[in-house]
Design a protein around this ligand. Structure first.
Ligand code: IMP
Ligand code: MG
Length: 174
């Protein structure tokens, strides 16, 4: 990492405001359904912690970890399952929570994985939809923010495992 120059693009107030709206929408959509919220580690952990507290209906949580990335800023093109959820998936309504969807490779793989495990439904919630490099079509049911391009860090998002602790989201000038 040579330069750490970065530009603030979403402050924490804006993020929290949007999360409250998303939480209300999710609470309405899953009324009377058994909801399992599955966070995609590690990037989604901060967003998920705030999101579930904005959801007013009963839910359970779990996590999954896959790797599509080798630490840099480009996807390596293949997905490996590193940690699978412990909770049974069959006949459960799954809401996948991701920090950012870029090429769509990871989310496409995850949706296929949960569908293949017999989930009752699989929906996708991503804090950020970055469509510039989308290669794998994937439906995103709940989008926090659409950002045209750039490499983002903070609020769980990393560059080489750093910057996850920043309270806001910044554009990293690589
Ligand atoms: P995809 O498979 O190309 O959609 O990539 C998804 C994963 O790549 C995300 O879960 C992130 O971990 C990572 N990623 C993609 N774009 C960014 C970014 O701008 N900042 C940080 N991580 C990113
Ligand atoms: Mg991620």
């Amino acid at each position: 990492m040579h330069s750490t120059e970065k530009e603030l693009i979403l402050d924490n107030t804006a993020i929290q405001h949007r999360i409250l709206e998303m939480g209300e929408e999710i609470s309405r959509d899953y009324q009377n359904k058994e909801l399992l919220v599955v966070g995609v580690l590690k990037g989604a952990f901060i967003f998920m912690a705030d999101l579930i507290r904005a959801v007013s209906i009963p839910l359970t949580i779990d996590f999954i970890q896959v790797s599509s990335y080798d630490g840099g800023s480009d996807s390596s093109g293949s997905i490996t399952l590193k940690n699978s959820p412990g909770h049974p998936i069959k006949d459960t309504h799954i809401l996948l929570v991701e920090d950012i969807i870029d090429t769509g490779l990871t989310m496409r793989w995850l949706v296929d994985y949960f569908t293949g495990q017999g989930a009752a439904s699989v929906r996708v919630c991503s804090l950020i939809d970055k469509a510039e490099r989308r290669e794998h079509k994937t439906r995103i049911d709940y989008i926090g923010f659409s950002i045209a391009k750039g490499f983002l860090v903070g609020y769980g998002l990393d560059y080489d495992e750093k910057f996850r602790n920043l309270p806001a989201i910044h554009h990293l000038k690589l």
